[in-house]
Write a protein that binds this ligand. Structure first.
Ligand code: ZN
Length: 417
């Protein structure tokens, strides 16, 4: 494998993504308020702190020798049953990582959101959400961590490939069951009470070629004021989810255009692109660990306390490699997801022909979400997985082919659907 060529290609992709096009105001969005600028700056700093923690925690656990001591304790506790020892250490490491991240998570996810009037949850609800997240994480790591470590013993040269391939059906399974088993743990999902609106959404779905997707309302107002919508699930678990915050803050035309955007994700099968992306990132991280891990272990064996990658004490090294791959590819991943989102915007306009409602909903969202129209190169490349609202507004200003070709379209113009 030509490592030099791969590194150069990665560098080229990063450079291409970092070159942002010169922006110009769409004329649609108001100037950012001082509060919005402060909020977005705080989000930038939190993002940097989150990234730093992703490196500091595994490095501290490795170099302090703590990881190896706990790993040996877990092996001892398991009575030398390897799979049980792996599960115990995976749980111990995830608990350490969670605990060390907790103060930052509280500051970022609770205190700061409430400070800017965006959070609506009580401290008890926040703690409950964190505990549910921790339990799901502990179950997941205890079940999955044996996969790489079993393949490291069974197929030392290709363990990274077999592990990544094993994870693909698991990612698919997660997307399949998440709406049924995981999402209801923290939120309520109920059918739309407005049956006339439900009928209009169903008719929109039929025109989009979507059959059998449930339309549900999520009680997002329990935790946040942000209006939004989602698509979740695959096959029989597919559903269009409208946040209850949207029902109160947007009119019917605006809601329909947002829902049409979500339908665009279905029609383009975007969930499968995300599964492919997740699988590719895992593959890259495991391959990097396979390539560089043994040399790093030889170099630091006396401090880390273990001499082989197949020792469960190397688990922080796998997390380190994954965090490194995610950080290095973030601009490229965000650019890819932004292109998916742009196509969903186009789909929504093609389906509804309601550019006016799309514009007014953008202005409302910018106000509620404390949005800064011009994100700047750092925010755009590292934090934004949606086109900036200014970019979206510029697109809305120029994209309206149905006006020139009314005979070839099915929509109902700007008067709604
Ligand atoms: Zn979207």
């Amino acid at each position: 494998m030509n490592v030099g060529l791969n590194v150069r290609l990665l560098f080229l992709v990063l450079v291409l993504c970092l070159v942002s096009e010169p922006g110009f105001a769409s004329g649609l969005l108001p100037e950012a308020s001082a509060q919005a600028i402060h909020y977005q700056n705080s989000q930038d700093w939190f993002w940097c702190a989150d990234q730093a923690m992703g490196f500091v925690i595994p490095l501290v656990v490795l170099f302090s020798g703590l990881g190896n001591r706990i790993a040996q304790g877990c092996i001892h506790l398991s009575g030398n049953r390897r799979l049980l020892g792996i599960a115990l250490f995976a749980i111990a490491y995830a608990t350490i990582d969670f605990s060390l991240n907790l103060p930052l998570a509280f500051w970022e996810g609770y205190a700061n959101e409430h400070h800017y009037g965006l959070g609506t949850d009580s401290p008890g609800q926040w703690v409950k959400g964190q505990l549910i997240g921790l339990i799901i994480r502990l179950i997941t790591v205890s079940v999955l961590t044996w996969v790489p470590y079993s393949f490291m013993q069974a197929a030392p040269r290709r363990w990274w490939l077999w592990t990544a391939l094993t994870f693909v059906p698991l990612f698919i399974f997660t997307h399949l069951v998440s709406p049924l088993w995981i999402a209801p743990l923290t939120n309520k999902f109920e059918p739309l009470s407005d049956k006339r609106l439900e009928a209009r959404i169903s008719s929109l779905a039929t025109r989009a070629g979507i059959v059998g997707a449930a339309i549900l309302v999520k009680d997002q107002s329990q935790t946040s004021t942000l209006p939004n919508a989602q698509v979740r699930g695959i096959f029989a678990t597919k559903r269009i989810i409208i946040f209850d915050t949207m029902v109160g803050q947007t009119n019917e035309r605006e809601l329909l255009v947002v829902v049409a955007h979500e339908m665009g994700h279905y029609v383009a099968a975007d969930v499968w692109k995300i599964i492919a992306l997740q699988s590719g990132l895992i593959l890259l991280a495991l391959w990097l660990t396979h390539l560089l891990g043994p040399a790093a272990i030889r170099r630091f064996e006396s401090r880390w306390g273990f001499g082989s990658l197949s020792n469960i004490a190397s688990l922080p090294l796998l997390y380190l490699a994954f965090n490194l791959v995610v950080l290095a590819t973030t601009p490229a991943i965000n650019a890819f997801i932004r292109s998916i989102e742009h196509h969903a915007d186009r789909f929504a306009l093609d389906l509804t022909h309601d550019g006016e409602a799309a514009k007014t909903v953008i202005v409302k969202y910018a106000k509620v979400a404390l949005y800064v129209p011009d994100p700047g190169w750092f925010r755009k490349n590292f934090r934004m997985d949606h086109p900036s609202l200014d970019d979206r507004a510029r697109f809305l200003n120029t994209y309206h082919p149905w006006i020139h070709n009314p005979a070839g379209t099915e929509g109902h113009g700007t008067s709604g659907l």
